[in-house]
Design a protein around this ligand. Structure first.
Ligand code: FES
Length: 108
């Protein structure tokens, strides 16, 4: 797991989110979605494991699953598993607040 400092403070993170509480983070060639939902922050791969559609606009439901806008597959934001295991799991990364900075712990 690799560690990247994203923001100096949590306030900087919140100011960077769009009106839907979303942000794309670019790490080299890779894009990661950062999403705020009900006081929680989630970070996950930008592309759906099923057919590589962007998950940036995917809704997050009451079960804390992100729903792919293309075929509505639902991925747990805890472990990335699709709810009916119809495709590979989504990679879920970790956001950590290490006073006062904000770090991304990126899975390979
Ligand atoms: S591309 Fe995401 S569910 Fe098919």
């Amino acid at each position: 797991m690799k560690r990247f400092k994203l923001f100096d403070t949590k306030e900087d993170l919140i100011e960077s989110l769009d009106e839907n509480g979303r942000l794309i983070i670019k790490i080299g060639e890779r894009k990661i979605c950062l999403a705020q939902h009900q006081e929680q922050f989630y970070v996950f791969d930008h592309l759906c494991p099923h057919n590589k559609h962007s998950l940036f606009d995917g809704l997050i439901n009451f079960l804390s699953e992100v729903v792919c806008p293309l075929h509505s597959y639902r991925f747990s934001l805890k472990d990335g598993v699709e709810c009916e295991q119809r495709t590979a799991a989504l990679k879920i990364h970790e956001l950590r607040f290490e006073d006062p900075h904000v770090y991304l712990y990126l899975k390979d």
